[in-house]
Design a protein around this ligand. Structure first.
Ligand SMILES: CC(C)(COP(=O)(O)OP(=O)(O)OC[C@H]1O[C@@H](n2cnc3c(N)ncnc32)[C@H](O)[C@@H]1OP(=O)(O)O)[C@@H](O)C(=O)NCCC(=O)NCCS
Length: 169
């Protein structure tokens, strides 16, 4: 059964902002709305099939539901004490409302619950909005991957960021 929650509260549906929004596990029926947001958000979007494979692979696939519509999503892979944020995206119509930060909080909650020590991600150095969010949440750059991303004029490097989590138990 899909899990619905406000960040970290485990099963309680609570408004995040106005109008009320919830975060819950992604299901297959969400994929067309997810793909639509993806196409409107990235120059080189993931295909519908990539999202389907993420669900099939058992990654932590999360959606933000606002007015009964998917308005954001994120994908987290977890293995061997490490987590990797593979995608985090908010519908362009609903940005700068705090949803991206709530989604990231949810991913960090899920990573902690899985006893993850380090959360990694790649981001384009030109993506100042995402960098602003990740830095605010305590991520810092540890490396660069040269020519990692497709770009309109060739390739773009990736900045590799990490956040160390404190394991309390
Ligand atoms: C990155 C993204 C998820 C942020 O989501 P959002 O809902 O707009 O962000 P929030 O409203 O939660 O903002 C949280 C923090 O992000 C940072 N931020 C948000 N918009 C910003 C901007 N335009 N410039 C710089 N920093 C910004 C700020 O630190 C902000 O905190 P503050 O409001 O206290 O200043 C969203 O812009 C998005 O979906 N972008 C397209 C997809 C993408 O690039 N994903 C990241 C791939 S690695």
């Amino acid at each position: 059964m899909p899990r619905e929650s406000i960040v970290g509260s485990g099963g309680v549906i609570t408004p995040l902002a106005e109008p009320p929004a919830i975060i819950r596990d992604m299901v297959h029926d969400d994929l067309s709305m997810v793909s639509d947001i993806e196409r409107r958000s990235y120059d080189f979007p993931w295909s519908h099939g990539v999202f389907r494979d993420c669900l099939l692979a058992g990654y932590q696939c999360v959606t933000l539901i606002r007015d009964q519509r998917v308005s954001g999503y994120s994908i987290l892979s977890v293995a061997a004490g490490e987590a990797h944020i593979l995608n985090l995206c908010i519908d362009p119509e609903f940005r700068a409302l705090g949803y991206g930060e709530k989604m990231l909080d949810e991913l960090l909650y899920r990573a902690r619950a899985a006893n993850v020590r380090d959360v990694f991600l790649e981001v384009r150095p030109s993506n100042s909005t995402a960098l602003g969010l990740y830095r605010k949440k305590g991520f810092h750059q540890i490396a660069e991957r040269p020519a990692y991303y497709q770009a309109s004029d060739g390739r773009e490097d990736a900045a590799v960021l990490v956040k160390k989590l404190v394991i309390t138990s």
